[in-house]
Design a protein around this ligand. Structure first.
Ligand code: ZN
Length: 353
């Protein structure tokens, strides 16, 4: 491997490799409510936003997500119900973790708690329409302060899952962001395969200092996804590995965790048949000039997907057939490596509307 390539690879690893910061406070078998995400317009007052996530635990043990100390144990009949606040630190800053709608607290103020220690039994107290845990993260101060709440789905996840975040430029609040295929780990009963950009009309909703996101999708199965928003003016392809938090807006179509391929390869697109988007994967064994094009069956060029120098690796290229008619299309890769190896291959795919 050339030094320059090594350095680029290391930089890519550095920018991409974000990991979860805390433990999830419930067992992995319990899902987060995907139909009421962080930053969504609030059910009761849509001008404000949901400042945490709702985890669908019934009357069961809630464990501390962090080491810390119990800052407050309280009761708000018209709001949080029984709740516990754990004070902790992250990167030298105070962070307050709120556990709301509890049946019962198992800790008292000033108790020192360790990560994963039972702190409460979840419940349905306060302004709550069914048993669940509202989990909320506030920076710096226990009282809500401007832009200081954070999306817990970028702090913790079900074991083996990842998360995706990004910023849709100029997106109005609550703009729909679609992800394909469905990234959720099991058949959802309340999870949707889309997110919404945060409702920043709520002055307390904030983006992460590192991620600067305006949308996030948590508990994502490892895989390759396409993300679309704003009438397909925002389209991203992103590959997520277990335990990783990936920025959809940074080029990461090369999978750095896989060994360098020994030979060129063009894979069958997935899904196939498709409507209207699919992913075409290919492998490059050494630095090469790569062209990937799509043609109709008469040989007319429909799209040029790749036309540039690529380093060794496995790539996942998104193709959007929006506006094309049903039928068979051909995609062709032409690659010329720096050492003079040439590769050309075509495959068919079926658009079915
Ligand atoms: Zn909630």
């Amino acid at each position: 491997m050339k030094y320059s390539l090594l350095i680029i690879t290391l930089i890519n690893l550095f920018v991409q490799a974000q990991t979860f910061r805390i433990n999830r406070p419930v067992p992995d078998t319990i899902e987060t409510n995907g139909s009421y995400l962080f930053g969504e317009p609030r059910y009761q007052d849509p001008q404000y936003a949901h400042r945490g996530i709702d985890i669908l635990i019934r009357y069961d043990t809630v464990r501390s997500a962090t080491n810390g100390s119990v800052y407050y144990v309280g009761y708000e009949p018209d709001g949080a119900g029984n709740y516990v606040v754990i004070r902790s630190m992250y990167n030298g800053r105070l962070v307050y973790f709120y556990y709301m709608h509890l049946q019962q607290s198992l800790v008292a103020v000033n108790d020192v708690v360790l990560s994963s220690q039972p702190i409460a039994i979840s419940g349905n107290t306060g302004r709550s329409t069914g048993p669940h845990l509202h989990f909320e993260i506030r920076y710096d101060s226990p009282s809500s302060s401007p832009r200081k709440t954070r999306n817990p789905e970028l702090w913790c996840a079900i074991t083996g899952m990842g998360a995706i975040y990004g910023r849709v430029p100029n997106a109005p609040n609550s703009t729909r962001v679609d992800i394909y295929p469905d990234p959720k780990p099991r058949p959802p009963y309340t999870t949707f395969s889309y997110a919404l950009t945060y409702n920043f009309n709520d002055p307390y909703i904030g983006s992460d200092e590192v991620y600067n996101e305006n949308y996030a999708i948590g508990d994502v199965k490892p895989g390759t996804y396409t993300i679309r928003s704003m009438n397909n003016t925002y389209v991203r392809t992103v590959t997520v590995a277990a335990g990783q938090i990936v920025n959809a807006d940074q080029p990461n179509d090369v999978d750095l965790n896989l060994p360098v391929p020994e030979d060129f390869a063009l894979m069958q697109n997935y899904p196939n048949p498709f409507n209207p988007t699919t992913v075409i994967s290919f492998k490059i064994p050494e630095q090469s000039y790569v062209q990937l094009k799509v043609f109709d069956i008469l040989g007319n060029e429909i799209a040029s997907l790749v036309d540039e120098e690529k380093s060794a690796g496995e790539y996942h290229q998104f193709f959007d057939a929006y506006g094309l008619s049903s039928g068979v299309y051909v995609y062709t890769i032409v690659a010329q490596s720096i050492s003079g190896r040439a590769f050309r291959e075509s495959k068919k795919m079926m658009l079915l509307k």
